[in-house]
Write a protein that binds this ligand. Structure first.
Ligand SMILES: Cc1ncc(COP(=O)(O)O)c(C=O)c1O
Length: 365
């Protein structure tokens, strides 16, 4: 068996190469490279995919969160509750607008933001909660939304890892003021470069985000406020339109691989993320925990199996947030995850023979 990569994007590229080349040719022929018709087309298609009124394309998933926060009225010094067990971009977006991220722990079984800890973290300065649908699985939307409503807080869903996931049959991105997406290449729906989007059912928020992404302007050279250059480029939008057509099929395949792992791996040394019935995960990642994580990782590597760590340092203990004065022990569940988690190969083009080999190796561990 050749080395099994944690992720191999080239397999997917080979399958859709002709469609991508045709789409890029259309953009070159039209010669509009930033915003324009291919962006509008993708925005319509993505809004329809998420069953929302509006989708606004931007240059990446971090910008998407920045715009969602700004368009929702979050200001400097406001407190925004975010999960510690996540990629740092969620917290960083809060910091970029001068607001203060307040880290909440995760639960012990779903590994998602813990409603109990969010409740403990709400103060008179709290203005928003950003939940992350981590690893492709919706967080506990019902409980988090209730806390947001009771405390008059803006709820933003960070859907960067969850394109196509649903909660109670409803697409993520529909539950708060806005849902933010990253199309970083490794995502379930990934660009060939950088891209992101925000979805919302709020007309005003959508309008404001469209203005903010384009130097505060809707009409050329008329600037109603100081905005950013966070425009999505047309080639990425065209590629995303091609890939969106395949997304349901790819997500289904991810779910098949996850089911296969869950049934076939019978080694009691491993635990998996608990997926509540209401949650339809699209398995952006397949994460396991085990006592000797580093030993297990070496073992997999020795047997030519790639793996990932999501994430080895929880946000509250990152040097970037040293000024917030968190200490080890403050968020024990997130800290446990960071020391014990390991992600197995998970991408739609993973071959049956590779999956069987991975399971065989793990069961012998
Ligand atoms: C949960 C989460 N939020 C936000 C981001 C930021 O997206 P980007 O890298 O496109 O800025 C990412 C991924 O990269 C992510 O995984």
């Amino acid at each position: 068996m050749d080395f099994i990569p944690f992720l191999d994007l080239s397999r997917q590229y080979q399958k859709i190469k002709q469609e991508l080349l045709k789409a890029s040719e259309e953009v070159f022929e039209a010669s509009t490279f930033s915003l324009g018709p291919s962006v509008e087309k993708f925005e319509e298609q993505f809004a329809s995919f998420c069953h929302v009124k509006h989708a606004v394309g931007v240059d990446n998933g971090t910008s998407a969160i920045v715009l969602a926060l700004k368009a929702s009225g979050i200001k400097e010094k406001d407190e925004v509750i975010v999960p510690a067990n996540s990629f740092i971009a969620t917290a960083a977006a809060v910091s970029h607008i001068g607001a203060l991220p307040v880290f909440a722990d995760c639960t012990t079984d779903t590994w998602q933001i813990s409603p109990e800890d969010v409740m403990r973290k709400v103060t008179s300065k709290t203005k928003a909660i950003i939940g992350v649908h981590l690893y492709g699985m919706p967080f506990d939307i019902e409980c988090i939304r209730k806390i947001a409503e009771e405390n008059k807080l803006v709820l933003i869903e960070d859907c960067a890892q969850a394109q196509g996931a649903t909660y109670n049959g409803i697409s993520v991105g529909n539950f708060g003021k806005a849902g933010t997406f990253s199309f970083y290449p490794v995502k379930n729906l990934g660009a060939y470069g950088e891209a992101g989007a925000i979805v919302t059912n709020d007309d005003e928020v959508s309008e404001r985000m469209k203005r903010l992404r384009n130097h505060g302007s809707i009409e050329k050279y008329v600037h109603d406020e100081i905005g950013f250059n966070m425009r999505i480029d047309a080639l990425q939008a065209a590629f995303l339109s091609v890939k969106l057509k395949h997304l349901n099929e790819w997500n289904l395949r991810r779910r098949e691989i996850a089911e296969f792992y869950k049934v076939a791996i019978i080694n009691p040394k491993l635990s998996f993320q608990h997926v509540p019935e209401k949650c339809h995960s699209v398995y952006h990642l397949f994460v396991a925990t085990t006592e000797d994580r580093d030993g297990f990782r070496d073992y997999l590597n020795h047997h030519k199996i790639g793996s990932g760590l999501h994430y080895p340092i929880p946000c509250h203990l990152q040097k970037a947030y040293a000024s917030l004065n968190y200490s080890k022990g403050d968020l024990p569940n997130s800290e446990y995850l960071s020391e014990h988690c390991l992600s197995l190969p998970m991408f739609p083009e993973l071959r049956q023979s590779e999956m069987e080999y991975i399971v065989e190796v793990i069961n012998k561990y």
